[in-house]
Design a protein around this ligand. Structure first.
Ligand code: HEM
Ligand code: MTE
Ligand code: MO
Length: 467
């Protein structure tokens, strides 16, 4: 076909808004992506960050783009080429080059940013999840934080900002240790996406893990900054900002209600230890928030700043993500302002052994799994069925039994039962009951939601019986 017109980088740079049209470069090619801006799955504000310049540094940040179908989409918008003398690649360091090494057993859902879960069979081998196997959920590169120069900023009443070094935090406030289970809102999302497509990482059943966290209490630090327990509780929010920032300079952020942080007996920690070891880089070194009973997303890692506000965190992840919707809502009709941000999570359980599709011998079968509920509601019972839910047995619960209303960690469970003599296949099902007698829904269809969060239907594993 006819050769494309040739442009300089300066000419491309004049197209940075919808009004002037939006141009970008990739390699030596020039694209006018104006008509794609509103359609971008990653949002309008993100794609506009690259307006007038090269895509490479942004795509290095979000490796979801290194797929053929993305390049194909881009090709449709080609309008020109860069002038030959300007064709040298823009310098593009890999923002993930500084990420820490990881355990090879992890099942990786996304490499850049790094998101991975342990194999289900390993997850319930120990009550406390070993740090290396603990699920990892990062939205951005792991920031390199130097402990020596690290300062936590705490905004007090009237806007005064306290700066606390790590040794100061450890010296000034008593150390607390709490065993807490963290679960990502997207745990078990892959079961939801089998019903209908959802947006998000395809987590299996292991985006949940348990550790003994050590640190200082957030309420002690807020009290030191000048906040009282009754400080308009119920109206205020404690906002957290991470030190991980995207290329637009926006930090990962989230908030929790003030009373969650300050209530009597609140166990919210600023943790510097995980299972007796220094907090690993993937889990927020040197300091992270641990909010017992609350969705993973609010447990901000690499904590940079804490503040108290009338408003929830303005961050994308508080406002426009991690919310639940009706199955009737789709991406054309969703209005994120209409749903509350997820905080406490609903009751959950899953089978970790045997594995789906496994062959089990006749005779006796041992089924294993985990169960947990949000808000400190303990798990009071787990029911297991080998025949798809027609008949049930009660599993044996193991692990730490924590105080009423403060059951922050999971129970592991197991059941050994005879395999029905003439069964060729088993449809194993589990369901948990929490201290408020909340139960899990029996199927996933009625709780399907476009973001694939809060997936907590009865868990089913089908296996074959054979010698
Ligand atoms: C996702 C295209 C620019 C950030 C996607 C996806 C496509 C796409 C097709 C979905 C991929 C999939 O799930 O298989 C494009 C095109 C771009 C562009 C054609 C430029 C012409 C950008 C820029 C940024 C960005 C500049 C960041 C600054 C993201 C993010 C997602 C995404 C964060 C993931 C959304 C999610 O699933 O949560 N993009 N993109 N994109 N994009 Fe882009
Ligand atoms: N904090 C920061 N600063 N950046 C992040 O990307 N991810 C959140 C939360 N805290 C995140 C963060 C999400 S969605 C979850 S589920 C948990 O961290 C995961 O914690 P983990 O990686 O220690 O398992
Ligand atoms: Mo998460």
């Amino acid at each position: 076909g006819a050769p494309y017109p040739v442009f300089t980088r300066q000419e491309v740079g004049r197209h940075r808004s919808l009004a002037e049209r939006v141009w970008v470069t990739y390699g030596h090619e020039v694209f006018d992506i104006t008509d794609f801006v509103e359609l971008h799955p990653g949002g309008k504000s993100k794609i506009l960050l690259a307006a007038g310049g090269a895509l490479e540094p942004f795509w290095a940040m979000y490796a979801v783009h290194s797929q053929e179908h993305v390049l194909q989409l881009l090709r449709a918008y080609k309008v020109g080429e860069l002038s030959p003398e300007q064709q040298s690649q823009p310098t593009q360091g890999d923002p993930y080059a500084g990420d820490p090494p990881r355990h090879p057993a992890l099942k990786v859902n996304s490499l850049k940013p790094f998101n991975a879960e342990p194999p289900a069979e390993l997850l319930t081998e120990t009550y406390l999840t070993p740090n290396q196997l603990f699920f990892k959920r990062n939205h951005l590169p792991v920031p390199a934080v130097a402990a020596a120069s690290y300062r936590l900023q705490v905004e007090g009443p009237g806007g005064r900002v306290l700066e606390l070094s790590l040794p100061e935090l450890k010296r000034r406030f008593p150390k607390h240790e709490v065993t807490v289970t963290l679960q990502c809102a997207g745990n078990r999302r892959s079961e939801m996406s089998r019903v209908r497509q959802v947006k998000g990482l395809e987590w299996g059943v292991a985006a949940i893990s348990t550790a003994r966290w050590g640190g200082v209490r957030l309420r002690d630090v807020l009290a030191h900054a000048g906040y009282g327990e009754e400080e308009a509780a119920g109206e205020q929010h404690v906002c957290f900002e991470g030190l991980d920032k995207d290329l637009g300079g926006a930090a990962y952020g989230a908030s929790i209600p003030f009373r969650t942080a300050m209530g009597r007996g609140a166990d919210v920690l600023l943790a510097y230890e995980m299972n007796g070891e220094e907090l690993p880089r993937d889990h927020g070194y040197p300091l992270r928030v641990v909010v017992p009973g609350v969705v993973g997303a609010r447990n901000v890692k690499w904590l940079g700043r804490v503040s108290v506000s009338r408003e929830e965190s303005p961050s994308h992840w508080q406002q426009n993500d991690y919310k639940g919707f009706s199955p009737a809502v789709d991406w054309d009709t969703v209005d994120f302002t209409t749903a509350p941000a997820i905080q406490e999570l609903p009751v959950q359980s899953a089978i970790t052994a045997p594995a789906p599709g496994a062959t089990v011998p006749p005779g006796e079968l041992t089924v294993k799994g985990y169960a947990w509920s949000g808000g400190g509601r303990g798990v009071v019972r787990v029911d297991v069925s080998l025949d798809g839910g027609r008949t049930w047995r009660v599993a044996e619960l193991t692990g730490e039994e924590q105080g009423p209303g403060r059951a922050w960690a999971w129970r592991l469970w197991q059941l050994t039962a005879p395999v029905p003599p003439d069964a060729a296949e088993l449809d194993i099902v589990c369901k948990a009951v929490d201290a408020s007698y909340n139960v899990q829904p029996d199927t996933v269809e009625p709780i399907w939601n476009l973001r694939g969060v809060l997936s907590n239907a009865w868990h089913r594993v089908r296996v074959t019986v054979a010698e």
